[in-house]
Write a protein that binds this ligand. Structure first.
Ligand SMILES: [Zn+2]
Ligand SMILES: [Zn+2]
Length: 327
């Protein structure tokens, strides 16, 4: 192992293989995908690589509304008022004057009026920036994000006859795209197919506009099978003590043995930003974690606030729509 490999390996979680019987019912197989920058081909599992996509099959496009920042110029009067209040505030700060609360209430009111519900003011161009959702003028071609061959990810849930999972997304922000409540981020599409059925590989179109944080650098994968355990919140109360005792015996906190970090197929999701959010399919089934896409590392993506984008699927029927969640 080179020094660089050793450094990289230390970023990856240590898999466990001695889960006690009591916890075994909650242990789920997972595959850590471990992407590293490379030059993957269409027949490889990859992040941001060429997809094994038939040349004669339409390339997926996004028709959902995109989040855009609309700019409106402030009137000269409003700009001057804003600047005047800025000057006054700076003067107060310098003088450390007390008892100027009456003034501040008036300023607050004026600023609220000038903002007019916009999300920001650009103080260089003196424009209001209003965040709105707008349909793109023409459908936007999606880009390849993840391709998994079943041979590299044993146990990957796939429909009958398929041995390949492909995830694409529209590399822009969408506020609650169709079927994705409480979600903000790239619009995702998941496809399945039989690798052997693809003869000529498509040369996909590229979107004209994209957000750099949603453009993955091509990576090859180095998958490793692990056992993953749930966050404490997902364990029955009577097992929490068992879980901690087992982790303590290994001189490690339970949270470091559960919800393993990084790009992952299967396993358990962590709930480190919000409380546990149960995600239920329209059929009533509690959905299960299918994929975790992580920020940073070699693909150099940023999801949410440097978080994870997770894809949940229905354990009863893979054709039921998937759900997205960012933590
Ligand atoms: Zn889109
Ligand atoms: Zn379902």
């Amino acid at each position: 192992m080179t020094e660089e490999d050793a450094g990289r390996a230390s970023m990856w979680p240590t898999p466990v293989d001695d889960v006690p019987d009591l916890l075994a019912a909650y242990a789920r197989p997972a595959t850590l995908l471990r992407p590293t920058a490379g030059d993957p081909g269409p027949r490889d599992s990859s992040v941001g690589g060429t997809l094994l996509w038939p040349a004669d099959e339409p390339w997926p496009v996004c028709r959902a509304p995109h989040v855009v920042g609309k700019r409106e110029r402030l009137s000269d009067g409003d700009r001057e008022l804003w600047q005047e209040y800025d000057r006054r505030m700076k003067a107060r700060r310098r003088a450390r004057t007390r008892g100027s609360s009456v003034m501040r209430a008036e300023e607050d009111e004026a600023r609220t009026r000038i903002m007019d519900g916009a999300s920001a003011i650009d103080l260089k161009t003196w424009e209001r920036i209003r965040t709105v959702s707008e349909h793109p003028a023409t459908p936007v071609p999606m880009i390849p994000v993840l391709q998994l061959h079943a041979r590299d990810v044993p146990g990957l849930p796939l429909p009958e006859g398929a041995d390949l999972l492909q995830l694409l997304w529209c590399p822009d922000d969408h506020a609650e795209p169709p079927g994705q409540p409480h979600y903000w981020g790239p619009n995702v599409e998941v496809r399945h197919r039989a690798a052997a059925s693809v003869r000529t590989v498509a040369d996909p179109p590229r979107p004209e506009h994209s957000k750099g944080v949603y453009l993955p650098r091509p990576c090859v994968l180095d998958p490793v099978r692990v056992v993953d355990l749930p966050a404490e919140d997902e364990l029955p109360a009577e097992l929490v003590g068992t879980a901690h005792a087992w982790a303590d015996a290994r001189a490690v906190a339970y949270r470091h043995l559960a919800c393993l970090r990084g790009w992952k197929a299967g396993g358990w999701p962590s709930w480190h930003l919000t409380d546990l959010v149960p995600i239920d399919c329209a059929c009533g089934a509690r959905m299960r974690l299918l994929l975790t896409l992580d920020s940073g590392g070699d693909p150099k993506l940023t999801m949410g606030r440097s978080g994870e984008l997770r894809v949940f699927s229905c354990p009863e029927d893979l054709t039921h729509p998937f759900r997205l969640n960012v933590q």
